[in-house]
Design a protein around this ligand. Structure first.
Ligand code: SAH
Length: 219
């Protein structure tokens, strides 16, 4: 995308204004959303709509989330610069790129190898060296790198997956959309305490489902 193009500059300004008007107040989150251009994460037919607050189709039948939902989830995680974060559902890589500006280390996994490869190429081009993207079934988390300060699941599970709860540090936070696919799901924030978990409900959302096993493109 050409930053000199006044039309694109105008659309980017409107994009940030829309986030503020949707309740994104955390200055660090807004700055990260300003720095990471959504344009490169959307290819082909829909690329002209990158600055609209809409989910859009990406490869492998998946979707890049709506920017205001990305911002809301990022804000809900209460991140700091020392955190090690796991994202389940790399998709386009957009959410991981935002996270990478706010924390020490991001691990992101997707069941589709092609999405992981495409996202990794963008991370390299943007010099986002603190992201590790892997092809894996994220419902089992990433035991080798656990525990995590924060976990973000960007696909809907029927319940927060047990292995992910187990890989959260004490004091850690997980944000996960919960509910059946094809219906409206609830975005839940889980906080781990010494003795158990607290749950709070953030807002209704709609995500693609968390699916077990690797995508067929890995075969
Ligand atoms: N965070 C992404 C959007 C994710 S869409 C972005 O910023 O663009 C949801 C993603 O979850 C899809 O890419 C899908 O392949 C992935 N997914 C679904 N089930 C999964 C699983 N069990 N393990 C890992 N990834 C999964």
């Amino acid at each position: 995308m050409n930053d000199e193009d006044p039309d694109i500059a105008e659309r980017k300004m409107q994009f940030l204004f829309a986030l503020r008007s949707k309740g994104i107040t955390d200055a660090r989150v807004l700055t990260a959303m300003e720095k990471i251009d959504r344009g490169p994460f959307i290819r082909g037919y829909f690329s002209g709509r990158a600055y609209e607050d809409m989910p859009l189709p990406i490869a492998c039948g998946q979707t890049i989330s709506q920017p205001s939902v990305v911002a809301l989830m990022t804000q809900a995680l209460k991140l700091n610069a020392r955190h090690k974060v796991l994202e389940v559902g790399t998709g386009s890589g957009y959410q991981a790129a935002i996270l990478s500006l706010l924390v020490r280390r991001v691990y992101t996994v997707d069941r589709h190898k092609r999405l992981v490869q495409d996202a990794s190429a963008i991370f390299r081009a943007l010099d986002l060296t603190n992201i590790t993207a892997l092809t894996a079934d994220g419902s089992f988390g990433l035991p080798d790198q656990a525990p995590f300060d924060r976990i973000l699941v960007t696909a809907a599970a029927e319940d927060p997956p047990g292995p992910l709860l187990a890989q959260l540090k004490i004091g850690g936070i997980m944000v996960v959309p919960v509910g059946q696919s094809d219906t409206v799901q609830r975005l839940i924030r889980v906080t781990r305490h010494e003795t158990g978990f607290d749950y709070d409900e953030l807002r209704p959302v709609r995500f693609v489902p968390l699916v077990e096993g690797l995508g067929r493109d890995t075969a």
